[in-house]
Design a protein around this ligand. Structure first.
Ligand code: ZN
Length: 600
């Protein structure tokens, strides 16, 4: 920690450069008066770092907590600190093009209002979504009702909704641990997420793009704003692109180069990203755009000005992801397992001295495990790990072997005294999983998690530890009420609708069900067949018209989505045994939005 480059103040200069005005107070509310964003709650980060935080993370929090409207360069502005992400505004001939309208409509509207207060009442004449993560499109209805060009990378719509369809409920639960919205904002509590402060909690929306960017080098002009795109799929997001503004000598790096080490696999869970491709895209961005660029910015954090500094920043970011990838492969090919690699990989000194390579969001530890997972998966090859008991069953046996719950707590205290908090957490986790009523173990584990959190450089680690401590003390934090997600339902493809039914089938309950339904989507002119057998609900497009269906339904896509959200079959033309729908619904299960994490 003594080696952290605190002498380097460039980030503070860059984060403040071009400041025009802040939103005062720094609070955004919904129409019902609920606070959906409160940046003022982070005012304490202006103080010196206390003992309850890692000084590097405290510094990052202080930088991310800056809030307001900033000029990036002539004609390009950013609103920062009004959500997890930034909203960028590129001025055109008659209005302004919005790049990445935040998570919530309320925050996006507040950001646009702040911009207009200082740059005039320009209409929004276009929108660009740089990628398929919700913090880059969810607020769109706060800046436009549609009817303007909306550009997005190829595959955007599929991926924008796919995460909500498949592992959405589990990710949402884990995201509460990752971002810590339920934690108090305080020197002992939540001090940011590394990438920004936290996620806003307003209304999410989605307007489908009017045009897709399908190749690198594609050029588009919206309201006189010329943009050249570089597609970067499979790196930070499955559908993503950088945007170059030749007329402004400005490069938007989406989320491919930010002022922290990003995630190869975020702790909330996701499909593993490709660190190798990530590095290659940054090499390509340098080759394509560096000569024409005076300022580089992203949809998180602050810009970097000057050709030399941009080149240094991008090449170090590139080296960072390449290094994580290549070193993990080198070591796994020598037989090291993921946990072993995580223990030995260290960044080169030059990257250690670059704040933007630090693990405030991703970390060397969990990123190299992600690279391992991408190539070799969960199994480390050791047969002892092939068929382990699940956590609770293991815990009961460990505690038994160690002489009971009280003995485990005593052992844990010994490791705490030796400052081995990591092993103390392992031991105490066994004690709690074996017996949730072991209050001494629970309290001590909460204390250990708190200390681990306070020592963590990584914001998402800190939030995970502190959320664990919170739930050990107070019980599970109930899931917040579902956000209105009408746009997301509307955006589901027919295939995704059937997929979302398939993953809700309770296998054993459906073992002996067998049914076939034909769906004629009258507005799309498409036919699908779904069949349930052996607990598997499968779909097929354009089935043979062989009369094999138990039931045939003629309906619109909207009616199909309505069926899914429980609206019933009114107005749907049916032919055959309508009972099969009831039988299908009878085998559907429901996700649990607030499952246990730190208890069994
Ligand atoms: Zn983002």
């Amino acid at each position: 920690m003594a080696d952290l480059p605190f002498h380097d103040r460039a980030d503070f200069e860059d984060a403040d450069r071009g400041f025009i005005a802040a939103l005062t107070p720094g609070v955004v509310k919904s129409v019902d008066g609920d606070v959906v964003w409160d940046n003022d709650a982070y005012d304490f980060l202006k103080e010196d770092c206390p003992r309850t935080a890692h000084p590097g993370l405290w510094r990052q929090g202080a930088l991310c907590a800056r809030q307001g409207l900033y000029e990036v360069t002539d004609g390009i502005y950013q609103v920062r600190g009004l959500d997890l992400s930034n909203m960028t505004l590129a001025e055109g001939e008659s209005g302004v093009v919005v790049i990445d309208p935040l998570i919530s409509t309320e925050c996006a509207a507040a950001a646009l209002k702040l911009y207009r207060a200082h740059r005039g009442d320009r209409p929004v004449t276009g929108v660009v979504y740089t990628h398929s993560h919700v913090d880059h499109f969810g607020g769109v209805r706060g800046v436009t009702g549609g009817g303007v060009p909306i550009l997005a990378p190829a595959g955007f719509m599929e991926h924008a909704v796919a995460e909500n369809v498949y592992a959405g409920p589990a990710m949402a639960r884990r995201a509460v641990y990752m971002y810590g919205p339920a934690l108090p904002r305080s020197p002992e509590g939540q001090i940011g997420a590394g990438l920004g402060m936290t996620v806003s909690t307003g209304t999410m929306s989605l307007i489908p793009p009017t045009a897709e960017v399908t190749r690198t080098g594609q050029e588009e002009v919206v309201d006189g704003v010329r943009m050249i795109f570089q597609l970067t799929p499979g790196a930070e997001a499955p559908a993503e692109m950088n945007v170059f503004f030749p007329g402004r000598r400005a490069l938007c790096l989406a989320e491919n180069a930010t002022h922290n080490q990003h995630n190869i696999l975020p702790l909330r869970g996701a499909q593993v990203r490709d660190a190798r491709a990530w590095a290659r895209y940054l090499t390509e961005a340098l080759a394509l755009f560096l000569d024409g660029t005076d300022v580089a910015f992203a949809s998180h954090h602050w810009p970097t000005w000057g050709r030399e500094r941009i080149e240094r920043f991008l090449s170090r970011q590139r080296d960072l992801y390449a290094y994580l990838h290549d070193q993990t492969l080198r070591l796994l090919n020598k037989g090291l397992t993921a946990a072993e690699i995580a223990e030995v990989v260290q960044l080169p000194p030059e990257l250690e001295q670059a704040w933007h390579a630090h693990g405030f969001y991703g970390s060397v530890s969990h990123n190299v495990k992600a690279v391992y997972q991408r190539y070799l998966g969960w199994f480390d090859g050791n047969p002892a790990h092939l068929w382990e008991h699940p956590p609770k069953d293991s815990a009961i046996r460990y505690v038994e072997c160690l002489g009971g719950g009280a003995a485990v707590v005593a052992f844990a205290r010994r490791y705490i005294d030796e400052n081995d908090l990591r092993f103390a957490a392992q031991l105490l986790n066994h004690a709690v999983f074996a017996d949730e009523g072991n209050k001494e173990a629970r309290d001590l584990l909460a204390e250990v998690y708190t200390r681990l959190g306070h020592g963590a450089e990584n914001a998402t680690w800190r939030n995970f530890y502190l959320m664990g401590a919170l739930e050990l003390a107070d019980g599970i934090v109930p899931a917040t009420a579902d956000r209105p997600e009408t746009d997301f339902f509307a955006a589901l493809s027919v295939e995704q609708i059937f997929d979302s039914i398939a993953i809700r089938v309770d296998g054993p309950r459906a073992w002996h069900e067998r049914l076939t339904i034909d769906w004629h989507l009258t507005d799309l002119g498409r036919r699908y067949r779904t069949s349930l057998s052996n607990g598997a609900f499968v779909q097929q497009r354009d089935p043979r018209d062989d009369g094999a269906a138990d039931l045939t339904l003629r309906l619109t896509r909207a009616q199909l989505a309505g069926l899914l959200s429980g609206k019933g079959v009114e107005g749907v033309e049916r032919e055959g045994d309508t009972n099969v729908l009831r039988r299908l619904v009878a085998v559907l299960d429901h996700p649990v939005p607030d499952f246990a994490i730190v208890t069994a």
